[in-house]
Design a protein around this ligand. Structure first.
Ligand code: OAD
Length: 236
């Protein structure tokens, strides 16, 4: 496709884009959900039942993130965004900040961010560096307890869905990168785009996914190779 005819590109990323930065995926061999019970650590009920366990789980993930650096895929997306003359919307299911560290301007974190907390009393969201503890104090309202990671848990509504819906309806190229297409609503984005019939849909993933047949084009391989390769091929 000619980049000159492309007005708006929407990119959706998943855990696969950060895999080569040393952050585990969820469903691959040794993925997080093969080692932890997601009902215990990634649901509001799990947090009510055992906030210590949930804090421990997220503290370990925050520690891994501190040691991680963006890889060639994050950097290629940022470099392309800077050169592209049209609109570029980067939606990520990842709670890491590697797109920002790679230079992306404003990724839409539909599943929240690992480096932020949210107060369940006053809804204030704030950056937080120290280890999370169930009895920590909200810097805004001063109440104790109820400080939770600002991430979307199972059974909760993803963030920024109005912005995302508008971008999906407007784009003429949709690229899904490193996501297994199993968790909705993100897994259904390709269907939404296809239903409108205007955009070309491309999947870049290590291997075929359950959704591969829905895309006009699929490229398989590690994100650090296929992402720079694909975006370089778009530029004249
Ligand atoms: P998954 O773990 O479900 O899928 C990761 C995908 O990345 C798989 O299709 C892998 O084949 C692919 N992959 C692995 N290594 C790769 C590499 N080096 N290069 C390219 N692709 C690679 O992760 P997500 O699809 O992101 O939500 O999971 C979606 C959501 O489920 C997450 O945001 C999280 C999780 O439960 C919540 O916690 C709410």
């Amino acid at each position: 496709m000619s980049i000159r005819s492309c007005r708006h590109i929407v990119v959706l990323t998943g855990a696969g884009v950060s895999a080569e930065s040393g952050l585990g995926t969820f469903r691959d061999k040794d993925g997080l959900w093969t080692r932890y019970n997601l009902e215990d650590v990634a649901t509001p009920e799990g947090f009510r039942r055992n906030p210590e366990l949930v804090c421990e789980f997220y503290n370990a993930r925050r520690e891994n993130l501190r040691k991680a650096a963006p890889n060639a895929a994050h950097k290629a997306l940022a470099a392309f965004e800077q050169r592209f003359q049209g609109r570029f919307t980067l939606i990520t299911q990842n709670v890491d900040d590697l797109h920002e560290k790679g230079g992306s301007a404003a990724p839409v974190h539909m599943h929240g961010r690992l480096d932020e907390l949210r107060c369940q009393h006053c809804a204030t969201v704030y950056a937080y560096e120290a280890p999370i503890a169930p009895d920590s104090v909200c810097p805004a309202c001063g109440r104790t307890g109820g400080q939770r990671p600002n991430v979307v848990w199972f059974g909760e509504m993803p963030l920024y869905m109005d912005v995302i819906e508008a971008a999906l309806a407007d784009c003429d190229l949709f690229v899904a990168i490193g996501t297994s297409a199993t968790v909705y609503p993100a897994a259904g984005f390709v269907d939404r785009v296809r239903a409108l019939g205007r955009a070309r849909c491309v999947e870049l993933n290590l291997e075929p996914t359950a959704a591969s047949s829905l895309f006009d084009e699929t490229r398989h391989g590690p994100a650090s190779e296929v992402v720079p390769g694909f975006f370089a091929s778009l530029m004249p």
